[in-house]
Design a protein around this ligand. Structure first.
Ligand code: SF4
Ligand code: SF4
Length: 360
């Protein structure tokens, strides 16, 4: 279709949606307009969360990685190269989701390759920090990586080592200090060094102290996530709910104030659970074998506990595999289109009704 005509149609549809009073707009007309909008102007793919391995070198108490990955491995460079045409149009690329990315033997080559294709692509990863020694820091600073996040849930050594079984608190804090010092003394591209804390009843009274300790060390960004419980015990440790405890809300508000005062970047998960009404997909998840899923929760089949300890399963949904098809084709396929359109109009599959995305 001619570009000008396409633009005219999209603008007219948008105007019409705005003009018509929602009270009088019957649902079938509304759906038709939404479908036309999706057809003429399909949602753009913003980013990829790429699990470059299925391995981890520790065993956190709250993680069920080993249950999801029955076949762990490393993404091959050939699979990375399959993304070449898509990388040019993406905004963001995470090199981790449910894995330890520093274990990948070709991590630096992967970062250099993707940045070489699209220097504006924002490339980041989250690590448990164990392997972040001086040598690793030097390589990462030279690689072109834009952002790095380290997971720290406690600043009490004994508790930290208990929650993150196999990790050593002092090593990780020293690694974080080295990373910040070396980055500050270099001209590296690495513009954000952040920490992610998974909040729970186990650390809620420590959160302010965790933040202020890390802020003094010199982090640029602080993120508090909610806990997605995979065991009955952890289902009792969540802080969020339909009516969250005022005490927790006050702690979160205080941290928000401190971070704003200190001018750090941040993201703090909500404590009040709200059911999802509709969902606009703009990221995909790709595992090390090249399987493409529509969101984090649907990338691995697993049991989880929803609010009042109810027991659910996330199904695993694959839209395709990048070793067989281009990501562009997968993202624009009929199945993907139908799923995106259904989610956008609020016709949610059963599993989405228990989605915890606003609180974790
Ligand atoms: S570091 Fe992350 S992937 Fe590894 S066991 Fe802990 S939570 Fe799971
Ligand atoms: S609503 Fe459904 S598709 Fe959207 S993020 Fe949640 S589980 Fe995924």
């Amino acid at each position: 279709m001619h570009g000008g005509l396409k633009l005219y149609i999209i603008k007219s549809i948008k105007k019409l949606i705005k003009k018509v009073d929602q009270n009088f707009l019957n649902s079938s007309l509304k759906n038709l307009l939404l479908k036309s909008k999706y057809y003429f102007s399909p949602p753009k793919l913003y980013g990829i969360k790429l699990d470059i391995t299925g391995h981890c070198n520790i065993d956190c108490q709250f993680c069920s990685l080993k249950e999801w990955y029955h076949n762990p491995g490393f993404i091959s460079f050939d699979t990375i190269k399959r993304l070449r045409p898509d990388l040019e149009n993406l905004t963001s690329l995470a090199l981790s989701l449910n894995c330890e990315p520093l274990l990948h033997p070709e991590l630096f080559q992967i970062i250099q390759y993707v940045k070489g294709i699209n220097p504006n692509l924002e490339v980041f990863l989250t690590t448990n920090g164990i392997l972040l020694n001086k040598n690793m820091v030097d390589l990462l600073l030279k690689s072109g990586l834009d952002k790095i996040f380290i997971s720290i849930d406690s600043i009490k050594e004994e508790k930290f080592n208990r929650i993150r079984k196999g990790a050593d608190f002092n090593t990780i804090i020293n690694n974080l200090k080295t990373l910040i010092k070396e980055r500050n003394n270099s001209k590296s591209n690495l513009r954000e060094i952040g920490v992610i804390t998974v909040s729970s009843k186990e650390n809620v009274n420590e959160l302010i102290q965790i933040y202020s300790t890390l802020q003094k060390i010199g982090i640029d960004c602080y993120i508090i996530n909610g806990l997605e419980p995979y065991s009955e015990y952890y289902s009792t440790q969540i802080l969020y709910g339909k009516e969250p405890d005022e005490k927790y809300v006050n702690i979160f508000n205080q941290i928000r104030e401190f971070i704003t005062r200190d001018k750090l970047n941040f993201r703090i998960a909500d404590l009040k659970f709200k059911p999802v009404k509709n969902c606009y997909l703009s990221w995909v998840i790709i595992d090390w074998q090249g399987n493409v899923s529509p969101c984090t929760y649907l990338s691995y089949k697993r049991k989880f506990y929803f609010l009042n300890k109810e027991n659910f399963f996330h199904p695993q949904i694959y839209l395709g595999n990048i070793n067989k098809n281009t990501l562009k084709k997968i993202w624009n396929s009929k199945d993907a289109f139908n799923l995106k359109y259904k989610l956008a109009k609020g016709d949610l599959p059963e599993f989405c009704k228990h989605c915890l995305k606003n609180v974790i």
